[in-house]
Design a protein. Structure first.
Length: 429
């Protein structure tokens, strides 16, 4: 019999459905997804309906066309910025990493739109499978809706404020605030009598103007595209975080309920073979659900971690290079941007690592199974836990665990040492 918590079963269906809607994945993510629909990231129809059964996707819908159009525009901007960034080959690796900044920025935005529209059917299947996965050792995640919206609100608020503050550097409120702009004498001439939008265009995209001459339409276009890209990038981190939060809680409840029912506080082990077998079956169901989520999110996890680590490295390099910024506004923005990025990277990594932690924690209960209750299902569950890495992966290249977080730190500092050494070498020469 399906359960949604102690004493709540399908015998009282109204209470059952009311409780299960509290931790339904789509219902909990609905407001975040509606925001994604507004900015064109979500290509499904029926987003403003309360239940996931009303969702559908067709390539000819306005939502899908909106997403594909934004993806093409952002990728076009990424290609243009990438082309102008790599034209000058006589630069240090540190300057080369910085020059790729805008290409990577628009690239991850375009990828987010492409990912959401390309994986639309998989998202709908995940919502359906989540709704249909009932287990005996379960509980109602009453705080899921709250946690999802708090995470999204905090990240989006910081993102919007940080991106808005960045425009103080680009519009003619202060003088040029970055060393790479001051070094361009031709740019200083162009900005001498420039309008506000022309100043923004040349300061925010200093090399694109060499290919696409300034016009109000081009300046306003990159202004709008930057907003779509930054929101899409942050949306990706939020999506991975909140889906990880929802998934790891189900493994956590499985362990807690099994500990309470099969082991108990007094240490007396349950001798009911059916209940021990049910534990193994429930764990297998959750592993299957986790595998479905992993297949959906794996390409996104790989892309996000690559881009986040890249930006983490160059932002850290900016902080360790005091001469990179020449004004207080630029210095404050550098610190703010770095803290915002590291907050997102840590939130995503720690939340996703909890899936691996709680999925493997059930072995503490399984190893206490009495001999007379030890079945083939229990043996298979123990073997799966010991031989598999259950959790989110990045295209199979890595699994997000607590150890993986330490490996990221190691990679960042190794890359940073290389950037600093090359910068010092070029400065001395």
């Amino acid at each position: 019999m399906k359960r949604a918590g102690p004493g709540i079963t399908e015998k009282n269906p109204h209470i059952f459905l009311s409780f299960k809607n509290q931790d339904d994945l789509y219902s909990s993510l609905r407001y975040v997804l509606i925001f994604g629909r507004i900015i064109g990231l979500i290509p499904w129809q029926g987003m403003f309906q309360p239940f996931s059964e009303n969702l559908k996707f067709t390539w000819r819908s306005q939502a899908a066309i909106y997403s594909v159009t934004m993806s093409c525009l952002l990728f076009f901007s990424a290609v243009i910025n990438g082309f102008v960034s790599f034209r000058n080959t006589n630069v240090s690796p540190s300057d080369l990493a910085w020059s790729a900044n805008l290409a990577v920025f628009y690239g991850i935005g375009g990828y987010m739109y492409l990912f959401m529209v390309n994986q639309a059917h998989k998202f709908l299947r995940v919502f359906q499978k989540w709704r249909e996965t009932f287990i005996f050792y379960d509980g109602v995640d009453q705080k899921l809706f709250r946690d999802v919206n708090i995470i999204a609100l905090c990240i989006f608020t910081s993102c919007i404020l940080e991106h808005s503050y960045a425009h103080l550097k680009f519009f003619p409120i202060v003088g040029n605030s970055e060393r790479r702009l001051i070094a361009r004498k031709d740019l200083q001439v162009k900005l001498a009598n420039a309008s506000a939008w022309e100043t923004y265009y040349w300061r925010s995209h200093p090399f694109v103007g060499d290919i696409i001459p300034y016009h109000f339409i081009s300046a306003f276009g990159v202004f709008i595209l930057a907003k779509y890209s930054i929101l899409a990038w942050n949306f990706g981190d939020i999506l991975v975080t909140v889906m990880s939060r929802a998934l790891y809680y189900r493994f956590k409840m499985l362990h807690q309920q099994a500990q309470q029912i099969l082991v108990g506080q007094d240490g007396l082990l349950c001798r009911d073979t059916a209940k021990w077998r049910q534990l193994a079956v429930d764990h297998e169901k959750l592993c299957d659900l986790a595998q479905t989520c992993e297949e959906l999110l794996s390409p996104l996890v790989f892309a996000l971690f690559g881009v986040n680590v890249y930006y983490f490295c160059i932002q850290l390099n900016l902080g360790l290079t005091p001469t990179a910024n020449t004004t207080l506004i630029a210095s404050i923005y550098a610190v703010w941007s770095f803290l915002h990025l590291i907050m997102r990277l840590l939130v995503v990594s720690i939340t996703a690592s909890h899936i691996h932690t709680h999925a493997h924690k059930i072995v503490d209960v399984l190893k206490k199974c009495p001999i007379e209750c030890y079945t083939a299902e229990i043996e298979r569950a123990e073997r799966l836990i010991r031989t598999s890495q259950i959790g989110l992966t990045g295209l199979g290249c890595f699994t997000i665990t607590r150890q993986f977080i330490l490996q990221i730190v190691n990679v960042v500092f190794t890359f940073e040492i290389v950037l600093l050494q090359t910068s010092n070498t070029n400065s001395s020469s």
